[in-house]
Write a protein that binds this ligand. Structure first.
Ligand code: CA
Length: 230
């Protein structure tokens, strides 16, 4: 798990010119790659252990958003959406149904690899492996990447988990959207800060009144409740 070697990436993409190009780049980085050109083959491939999925939204047999929903019902594998058009609605819905990040086609292979590495680094190596935090009814365990609400497990997508963790760990410090993109998504340049907003919205939806994240108008987000080590 350490340096990405032999991690398994599933490329869900029906355009052979794109999938073969991405596959070549990823294999060169030492990843094991499977290509699924249809939704049906993607879901079959996910029965195997997969460490990350890149998901094209327009597939011949299924809508990528439906695949994302189906995967999220049972799995928290990281998902990067690849959207064909620069359509905002697709990106936002994609993040709402549990994708962790997105890239708009045409994209640069190096940028995709940077995003993949950033997600896998966080997914396989939590900030502090022995740490557990409590905030009201929320218990969060970094090593197990688990979030409990009143003792019940809440299914969080990887970046939802990372975002909640980052804010809880900062214990009331305000972080702006660019800082959160950099810390949680690993962006080294200004990205689309709505990614942060959509993830906060999802956390609020999933955690309800127990969600401690407060919007600081004109600044960013912070945790507005007491956080303690568990
Ligand atoms: Ca397509």
């Amino acid at each position: 798990m350490s340096d990405g070697k032999h991690q398994h990436i599933l490329i869900v993409e029906d355009e052979e010119s794109i999938s073969s190009f991405v596959k070549m780049y990823l294999e060169r980085e030492g990843y094991r790659v499977t290509v699924a050109p249809t939704g049906e083959r993607a879901l079959a491939a996910l029965e195997d252990k997969v460490d990350l999925v890149t998901l094209d939204l327009m597939l011949p047999d299924m809508d990528g958003l439906d695949i994302c929903r189906q995967v999220r019902a049972t799995s928290n594998v990281p998902i990067i959406m690849l959207t064909a058009r620069d359509e905002d609605i697709d990106k936002i819905v994609g993040l709402e149904v549990g994708a962790d990040d997105y890239l708009t086609k045409p994209f640069n292979a190096r940028e995709l690899i940077a995003r993949i590495k950033s997600i896998l680094r966080r997914a396989s190596a939590p900030v502090n492996t022995s740490k557990k935090l409590v905030c009201g009814e929320i218990h969060i365990d970094a090593a197990r990447r688990e979030c409990l609400l009143s003792g019940e497990q809440v299914m969080l997508a990887p970046k939802e988990f990372d975002l909640l963790w980052e804010l809880l760990e900062r214990d009331g410090e305000v972080l702006n959207r660019d800082q959160l993109l950099e810390k949680v998504w690993g962006y080294t340049f200004a990205g689309d800060t709505r990614t942060v907003d959509v993830h906060v919205r999802q956390l609020r939806k999933k955690l309800g009144d127990a969600c401690p994240i407060v919007t600081v108008w004109g600044s960013g987000y912070k945790v507005g409740a007491e956080v303690n080590a568990a």
